[in-house]
Design a binder for this molecule. Structure first.
Ligand code: PEP
Ligand code: MN
Length: 338
């Protein structure tokens, strides 16, 4: 249920509405808007009777919300959400945001080298995995906590904000201390305990789409984070499982306009994991920008043949530079900035 407050409501009336919702055993979420204030209600098991709330002074209308996700849905918030990083960078506007960097942090020298190159190419955020979720237990699992110190050094030198993945409760705390954005990977999209812990933090969360999850399940995962109080969620499509085996995954660009209709949250696209193949990354990155993604997340390595993880899908720094120029030209025609 969403309560729309009368334009002339008083603070006292708003406080009373929030209090009443609490008395009924539900949770109130005050949502400030450009022209009016709304109060979202969560915590109800079944449908609520609108008349319970329409009688309260200051309430203009009570609108039942049909979707299972509430805080993540457009019913609760019409305008697009913008996630702002500490350095002022905004994600979710008409300015395309590019996240670039190696799949994994391999050493301080490797991270700094690549970070300088992606910065030169015009990327806005540096990525690099410290804790890697690998299909094989024998594959490189990431450097772990020492990589977080390397990421901090990269930010210190380049000024680029950092995004890196948290795999579990322990790494979540460490990543929260270091990163500007906490990534929750595709495999953990339905790790509800982890999502709820991330929801208690005051840090943006990049939530990747699970390989075999539906859009409703994805948005419900965002809801788990938001229900704990953290509204700074960024969605990221990274390719889904289909019968097709000509690419690593199937990049589902349909989902971008689908999400933009259903949710106010920013949505990024990761054509690196979405295709798994270097020569497919730039075309799909361009396509993602064209269908309305708010940003891209691209793996880059200057020595991909030596990369400890995901070399075959990593762009060379020069290819990122070329892609950025193409995106800049596209933006002029399609109305996004870069
Ligand atoms: C990654 O971004 O490094 C990663 C492991 O992504 P995903 O969870 O999409 O596989
Ligand atoms: Mn990777």
């Amino acid at each position: 249920m969403l309560l729309v407050m009368d334009a002339a409501h008083t603070q006292k009336q708003l406080d009373a509405v929030v209090k009443r919702i609490g008395e009924l055993g539900y949770k109130a979420h005050v949502i400030p808007g450009a022209s009016s204030i709304a109060v979202g209600i969560t915590g109800n098991a079944g449908p609520l009777d609108p008349s319970l709330f329409e009688v309260l002074p200051g309430v203009k209308q009570a609108i039942p919300v049909s979707k299972p996700y509430k805080l993540a849905g457009r019913d609760f918030k019409r305008g697009d959400s913008v996630v702002r990083l500490q350095n002022g960078l905004a994600i979710g506007t008409d300015a395309l945001v590019v996240i670039a960097g190696p799949c994994a942090i391999e050493s301080e020298a490797q991270a700094l080298r690549i970070a300088r190159l992606v910065k030169k190419a015009g990327a806005h955020i540096f990525r690099g995995g410290a804790f890697k979720p690998r299909a094989s237990p024998y594959a490189f699992q990431g450097l772990g906590a020492p990589a977080l110190d390397i990421l901090a050094a990269v930010r210190e030198e380049t000024g680029l904000p950092i995004v890196t993945e948290a795999l579990d409760q322990e790494s979540l705390e460490a990543v929260d201390r270091c990163a500007d954005i906490i990534q929750i990977g595709a495999r953990n999209m339905q790790n509800y305990a982890l999502l709820r812990e991330a929801g208690k933090l005051a840090k943006p969360v990049l939530l990747k789409w699970g390989l075999s999850a539906t859009v409703d399940e994805w948005l419900m995962s965002a809801e788990h984070i938001m229900a704990e109080g953290n509204r700074q969620v960024i969605l990221c499509e990274r390719g889904i499982r289909t019968f097709a085996d000509h690419t690593r995954n199937t990049l589902d660009l349909n989902v971008v306009p689908v999400i933009r209709k259903l949710s106010h949250l920013p949505i990024l696209v990761d054509p690196s994991h979405g295709t798994g193949l270097r020569d497919k990354v730039a075309p799909l990155a361009r396509a993602a920008a064209a269908v309305g993604a708010h940003g891209l997340r691209i793996e880059v390595h200057d020595r991909p043949d030596e990369a400890l993880c995901d070399g075959p899908q990593s762009l060379l720094p020069g290819q990122l530079e070329e892609l950025m120029a193409q995106l800049r030209a596209m933006g002029k025609a399609l109305g996004f900035k870069l």
